[in-house]
Design a protein around this ligand. Structure first.
Ligand SMILES: [Zn+2]
Ligand SMILES: [Zn+2]
Length: 294
């Protein structure tokens, strides 16, 4: 089965073995990636959130604690190398993780330490929290974040400022789901007001300066947002600024591997983007490549 060069995902591969809200094993996920004719598949499990106050309700129900998250993360890292070797002839597997921005005071050191001490190929920098309140979780939490910020526009601006700070602090190769604020925020009002656009543009400037790749995240389809992250105005702005994008299926189980990637290719072409920028392994080095979507 011949892999399709542009079928690349740099964000996903969350699995039931290492994540409370995912399904299946890494083995099954990678088999699915081969079946989808993917050429490069980056596995990016969530990094631990080092604070009991950041545990999800389901994790608490399961009796999990912070040391358990750390143990699982180390086990996750150990599981990667044998899979890279096993799948090597059929699929290039990259070893990554999805960084968090909590706890605010220490995430920068913690995530950089994971990165350097555990020998990952790359990192996806994502912001799921504003002021330590989760913004892509339960509606009650989102309302709390809204009230704390003083409304949707203020929260969106704080969110984009948080993304810029994260990029400065972590210098991730990939920036995850840039307008994740849409997931819960869109029912409360517009997320493209002039002030929000200004803030997002400043964040894009930081992303451009650090040479990060934007995650064209197809979970937007499954979450009912009608398009991937980022939405068209943001994607076009990024493209005009010369920022590269790459698909991320944000898969949380084998059945989500590659989901939405065909539509997302057309979405990119419709918005004037005719190539993806991706990461690949050459020997021990991680290099960047551009691949045509035509
Ligand atoms: Zn997840
Ligand atoms: Zn995420």
């Amino acid at each position: 089965m011949e892999a399709v060069p542009w079928k690349v995902s740099l964000h996903g591969g969350h699995s039931g073995a290492f994540c409370d809200h995912a399904e299946g094993t890494l083995q099954q996920i990678l088999e699915a990636a081969v079946a989808q004719k993917m050429s490069v598949f980056g596995i990016t499990e969530h990094a631990p959130r080092l604070g009991a106050r950041f545990l999800y309700a389901r994790e608490i129900e399961l009796g999990w604690d912070v040391p358990k998250l750390e143990r699982d993360f180390r086990a996750y890292r150990s599981a990667l190398d044998p899979l890279v070797r096993e799948f090597g002839p059929r699929l290039q597997v990259l070893r990554g993780f999805e960084a968090e921005v909590v706890p605010s005071a220490s995430y920068s050191q913690v995530m950089r330490r994971y990165r350097s001490d555990m020998d990952f190929d790359y990192m996806v920098g994502s912001v799921h929290f504003v002021g330590e309140i989760i913004i892509d979780g339960e509606p009650e939490d989102f309302e709390r974040a809204l009230n704390r910020a003083g409304g949707l526009e203020a929260l969106a601006i704080r969110y984009y400022e948080g993304v810029a700070r994260m990029v400065e602090a972590l210098r991730p190769e990939v920036v995850g789901h840039l307008d994740l604020i849409r997931k819960n925020g869109r029912t409360y009002g517009r997320l493209d007001t002039p002030a929000i656009r200004r803030s997002a543009r400043e964040t894009l400037e930081v992303i451009r300066r650090h040479g990060c790749i934007l995650d064209l995240n197809t979970a937007g389809y499954r979450k009912g947002l009608g398009c991937p992250y980022p939405e068209p105005w943001l994607l076009r702005q990024a493209h005009e600024m010369g920022i590269g994008v790459c698909f991320g299926d944000d898969s949380h189980g084998p059945q989500q591997v590659g989901a939405g990637i065909e539509e997302a290719r057309l979405y990119l072409l419709d918005n004037g983007v005719s190539e993806i920028r991706t990461l690949a392994k050459e020997g021990d080095r991680v290099v960047r490549r551009s691949i045509s979507l035509q």
